[in-house]
Design a protein around this ligand. Structure first.
Ligand code: SAM
Length: 285
């Protein structure tokens, strides 16, 4: 077991700080993140040019080194060496938290193994913003990150996730969104979904609906995006009892809606599967 008390006995002197940076809106840079980036000896950045722009904006003049996917192992060893020399280091990525679909995993494991503290500095993150505004259940959730781009691999991944009852969160690129939603529709069925794009930026937008509905408009969606997908409801016990289900369906039917459509609506509005509602309704008839 390894135990870390981040702020006891100068523990933070030769620590690795994992610093979140804005995902669009620079006002989300926290005063603590600025202080930490000013006070550490070295900042290890995913893309030094991008980070330099951020540092210039906040008048930070700390030495910058490169720490990206393609040099992660060597750079992680370099960071451990700096910590050994008594230096403090911060890692940042282009946006949000390092390690969250971004480099940082290898260095964090090495630093813990070497016995130095890792101190997180809170800030913006795309998946949590998308989740809390999605309107879908926030707990439990599973953050998946990016799916594999190849069709066969992606379908295999989705098949594995199909039975999960928890809300699923994915990162996706705009040029792949149509195919990904199409695959989700094939594997998951027409679940509720929220596509959150350009979070914290002027074009921030949330598309809430079913996969099928969003599929028809997603070609217009540009920019950075997160998909929040309802978990499987296949084994969900209806929270409405049979009488309530029947009353809702009868209400819609009285308004002139077909039985089939009424069942679909009641299922969608209550997060139930159509089959469950159908079964409950027909048991009482
Ligand atoms: N480290 C980041 C975080 O903490 O969220 C994620 C970095 S990952 C390389 C980039 C992906 O995150 C994008 O392709 C997109 O799916 C998502 N993302 C990042 N910024 C976003 C934003 N402003 N709006 C929507 N999605 C965003």
């Amino acid at each position: 077991m390894k135990r870390q008390k981040s702020f006891a006995n100068q523990a933070s002197a030769n620590a690795l700080y994992v610093v979140a940076t804005p995902i669009g809106n620079l006002e989300e840079m926290t005063p603590r993140a600025i202080d930490v980036l000013k006070s550490v000896d070295v900042i290890a950045a995913e893309d030094t040019r991008n980070t330099m722009r951020l540092l210039t904006h906040f008048d930070i003049h700390t030495r910058l080194i490169s720490h990206h996917q393609h040099n992660e192992h060597t750079s992680a060893m370099g960071i451990c060496k700096l910590l050994k020399e008594g230096k403090s280091v911060a890692i940042v990525s282009d946006a949000g938290y390092p390690l969250i679909s971004d480099p940082g995993q290898i260095v964090s494991e090495m630093v813990i193994e070497a016995g130095y503290p890792i101190i997180p500095v809170s800030g913006a993150n795309a998946m949590l913003n998308a989740l809390v505004a999605s309107g879908l259940p926030t707990q439990p959730f599973l953050f998946y990150g990016f799916l594999q781009p190849q069709e066969k691999d992606q379908l295999r991944e989705l098949e594995k996730l199909k039975e999960y009852a928890m809300t699923l969160i994915f990162y996706e690129a705009p040029h792949r969104i149509y195919k990904t939603l199409d695959h989700m529709l094939q594997v998951f069925g027409d679940r509720r979904i929220c596509l959150a794009r350009e979070l914290t930026k002027v074009h921030e937008e949330f598309l809430r609906g079913t996969i099928g509905e969003i599929l028809t408009v997603c070609d217009e969606c540009k920019g950075e995006m997160v998909l929040v997908v309802e978990g499987s409801t296949a084994h969900k016990t209806p929270e409405m009892n049979r009488a309530e289900i029947q009353a809702c369906i009868d209400h819609y039917v009285a308004e002139g809606i077909s039985h089939k459509e009424a069942i679909k609506r009641v299922a969608k509005e209550n997060g139930l599967s159509k089959n469950d509602v159908y079964r409950q309704y027909h048991k009482s008839h």
